[in-house]
Design a protein around this ligand. Structure first.
Ligand code: UD1
Ligand code: UDP
Length: 369
């Protein structure tokens, strides 16, 4: 059985790194192809987890359109399938890379395993275009690794056969624990040192991220206006690693630059970001991965989206769906900044840190690895 793993963006790399690490530990050979849908943000992750791609398609272009990117991925990954014979492609989540790579595998008669399968909003506009990407990948896939029971139920409701689905937890929790263990044993780097010097950690740190296409325009303006008001609360430091998408950079730097307690910084590498999350009082974000990681660190997340495919965290009180309404964001932030210091550790609904093992175990039962 010859396996190809393909990913292209920061979150896919973080979430597939534990699978790559476990395959290596168990001596199961595989090849790694990166589309480099992201470049710098992908490279940060490859470096930290010591992953060397066998194929680097190097496809990112500034402010790329979805169709141009899709066409380039389809054409270039086809060359990989023509060069080498694979029996199984493993892809992750809901990105353009995962859907188009899965389609290319199908065109080449290669089976597809989908990690982080079954999350749904059933709203094609949110997250856009990720909801449809994930549904399409689910249609193409032969094996489905659902992080939660709810995700499995979504797949069963779509008439996907029970025998092809495994509930594994989310591999991001594996990545988080690998990283926290390194930090506990003294790991430091230039990003951690630079943030330590800039930020006053005696104050309450509010960590912000954002990148969703459906919030471009008014949504992002509202979020920035809310951040300005939260920064005016006594004893608060805002730290915002700004996503490299130019549509995000422009508005965030325009609206939030030159405020003494708002630190706009470049994206952090994964260990520095995990370290910073662990030192924060509150996170404001539209990120999928952060909604999953934060419960393990007991940090509440205000989710600046109207709907989320990660409902488990909202239901058990780990995260709060606040949309992009200025007043709702400020109100919830004020309440949480007052009350978070003594909250009990809630159970993380997204996993326990052993998802990669479960994926490999399921594959070795289903096919001859
Ligand atoms: C993509 C994924 C989204 C995921 C997000 C994670 C799709 C459709 N979207 O969105 O699901 O949540 O990544 O961050 O697949 N850029 C750089 N350097 C980088 C990364 C991005 O300069 O390292 C800039 C480039 O100008 C690029 C732009 O950001 O064209 C947009 O990147 P793209 O991957 O197309 O979209 P994201 O919004 O990052
Ligand atoms: N992250 C990171 N550096 C940052 C911001 C986020 O390493 O500056 C990590 C974060 O811990 C999470 C992942 O990147 O694991 C989330 O990526 P993103 O929000 O870009 O994508 P999404 O999860 O929404 O698809």
């Amino acid at each position: 059985m010859s396996i190809l793993i393909c990913f292209g963006t920061r979150p896919e790399a973080i979430k597939m790194a534990p699978v790559c690490i476990k395959l290596k530990e168990q001596g199961i050979p595989f090849k790694l192809c990166v589309t480099a849908q992201h470049r710098e943000m992908l490279d940060q992750v490859l470096h930290f987890f010591e992953l060397q791609p066998d194929y680097d398609l190097n496809l990112m272009q500034p402010n790329q359109s979805l169709n141009q990117l899709s066409a380039r991925i389809l054409e270039n990954i086809d060359l990989v399938f023509k060069k080498e014979k694979f029996d199984l492609l493993l892809v992750h989540g809901d990105t353009t890379t995962s859907t188009i790579a899965a389609l290319a595998a199908f065109h080449n008669g290669v089976k597809v395993g989908h990690v982080e399968a079954g999350l749904r909003t059933y709203n094609k506009q949110a997250p856009y275009p990720e909801e449809l990407n994930r549904q399409l990948t689910g249609k193409i896939a032969d094996y489905h690794f659902a992080p939660t029971q709810k995700a499995k139920q979504n797949l069963l409701n779509e008439a996907i056969s029970d025998s092809t689905i495994a509930v594994t937890g989310n591999t991001v929790i594996d990545a988080l624990f690998i990283t926290l263990n390194k930090i506990k044993s003294g790991y430091k780097n230039k990003f951690i040192e630079s943030v330590s010097q800039k930020v006053d950690f005696d104050k309450k740190v509010v960590l912000v991220t954002g990148h969703r296409r459906e919030s471009f325009g008014d949504g992002f303006k509202n979020i920035c206006n809310a951040i300005l008001k939260i920064a005016a609360i006594d004893n608060v430091e805002i730290v915002y690693p700004v996503h490299l998408n130019p549509n995000v950079q422009k508005i965030v730097y325009q609206m939030l630059s030159n405020k003494p307690n708002i630190h706009l910084i470049n994206p952090l590498d994964y260990p520095a970001f995990v370290w910073l999350m662990s030192k924060s009082t509150l996170i404001i974000s539209d990120s999928g991965g952060i909604q999953e990681e934060a419960p393990s660190l007991n940090i509440p997340v205000l989710v600046t989206r109207d709907v989320t495919e990660r409902e488990e965290g909202v239901k058990n009180g780990c995260s709060y769906l606040v949309g992009t309404n200025v007043d709702t964001i400020i109100h919830r932030a004020k309440t949480l900044l007052k009350t978070t210091s003594t909250t009990n550790q809630l159970k993380n609904p997204y996993g326990e840190g052993n998802a990669a093992n479960k994926i490999i175990h399921f594959l070795s039962k289903s096919i001859n690895l």
